[in-house]
Design a protein around this ligand. Structure first.
Ligand SMILES: [Mn+2]
Length: 399
């Protein structure tokens, strides 16, 4: 039997968003999370005594990695080497072949693929149990389909190791694009991919797998993050294991009619003792008679519920509306009535494209830094705009 771990996108040295305004304890937790997640993976590998580990690129967070991130990578690789667990790894768009910078010689048993395709074998005794083919990125921006260069060997379980953007999956920069159909047809038993930060099994026979990142970096990387444990016997079995130190999570509350219910909801959030801490984006939405109070006391609420040992707030988002009869207003011949009708129409007519168009110049300039807008981001922008528009009507009426 063959047993290995497949991980990718460790992004060692990633420090998370720097603008959350959290206490030093939480700042430390977030800052060290990429290292801790990597160590969780190694602990598991030692505990399970796996045969080897596959690392499919973006091991370091940037192409100019900090000293600490390089040191942590080598500390981890040395621990595996000492435990006689082999490592096969490739560089991705964040770490094109600079993985050798800190240490010219890889620890014993660690194989870093170069920028030419290569096939190496994993043996037990004289028996070849697996062959691993891989290639690293020669530079950060690879536009050719590197998967076409990889050819399976002839003995044992055939693994391909690559950092690639499979067409149609994820929402990421299109580096080293490849096609699922073509991956499936090449004759490999397991494509160990990296790049997309959300875990995804794109195909089962043969397996084509993204394990996702080992630690979520921001609110668009929610939930458990980790790696796959793969067992090859008569059949291939894969199991996802979490390595994340904390989870990002979106939480939504209906804007309740009474204050005590809202307070209770917050208290519940705090009282929940999670096994793994959460960083929440907390959204309060819907009609409420507490509309004015919530808006004017948002900062107070945010400060009061900012964090505890097991959770922190990324942000508090108010998508609330005054407690008015919108169905009635919508039929009225008034300015708010007209506004609501236009807003509703925008929602129906693919408003997403219009928002994207408005933001396009921004993404042209900052696309490398900004994450692509997800559908829920666009929805939040539109809902926020509608609420703001209505807010202006009613505030105007009051004053
Ligand atoms: Mn990555």
């Amino acid at each position: 039997m063959l047993r290995f771990i497949h991980a990718a996108d460790l992004h060692l040295g990633n420090t998370g968003p720097s603008t959350l305004g959290l206490s030093p304890k939480w700042v430390e937790r977030i800052k060290n999370a990429s290292y801790k997640a990597f160590n969780n993976l190694i602990d598991k590998a030692l505990e399970l005594k796996v045969d080897f580990i596959l690392l499919s690129g973006d091991l370091l967070d940037t192409s100019t990695p900090t000293l600490r991130s390089q040191l942590e990578l080598y500390k981890g690789l040395n621990r595996l080497s000492e435990a006689n667990i082999k490592v096969f790894m490739v560089g991705g768009n964040h770490d094109p072949l600079n993985l050798k910078k800190a240490q010219s010689e890889m620890p014993n048993g660690v194989h870093l693929f170069g920028d030419k395709p290569e096939t190496v074998s994993f043996k037990k005794g004289d028996l070849i149990l697996a062959e691993i083919s891989g290639i690293s990125y020669p530079t950060a921006k690879v536009t050719e389909d590197l998967s076409l260069l990889l050819k399976p060997g002839s003995e044992g379980f055939q693994i391909a190791l690559l950092h690639t953007n499979v067409a149609g999956y994820g929402n990421k920069d299109n580096y080293s694009p490849s096609e699922l159909d073509s991956l499936v047809r090449t004759g490999f038993d397991y494509w160990a991919l990296g790049h997309v930060h959300t875990k995804a099994v794109l195909n089962e026979n043969p397996y084509v797998v993204y394990p996702g990142t080992t630690q979520g970096q921001h609110i668009n990387e929610t939930g458990p993050k980790g790696f796959y444990l793969v067992e090859v016997d008569q059949k291939v079995k894969i199991e996802f294991i979490n390595s994340a130190v904390y989870f990002w999570e979106n939480l939504e509350f209906e804007a309740f009619g009474t204050l005590d219910k809202l307070d209770l909801a917050f208290e519940e959030l705090i009282a929940k003792a999670f096994e793994i801490p959460r960083v929440y984006r907390l959204k309060i939405k819907g009609r409420t008679p507490l509309y004015n109070e919530l808006l004017s006391e948002k900062e107070e609420l945010e400060t009061r519920f900012k964090e505890a040992s097991n959770y922190a707030l990324e942000s508090l988002v108010l998508e609330i509306l005054p407690d008015l009869d919108y169905t009635k207003i919508k039929t009225e011949e008034s300015l708010p009535g007209e506004f609501l009708r236009v807003a509703e129409k925008l929602r129906e007519d693919g408003f997403n494209e219009e928002i994207k168009e408005v933001l396009a110049p921004l993404y042209d300039k900052l696309g490398d830094i900004l994450d692509p807008l997800e559908a829920n981001d666009l929805e939040t922008i539109l809902n926020g705009s509608i609420a703001l528009g209505l807010d202006l009507f009613w505030r105007g009426e009051k004053s």
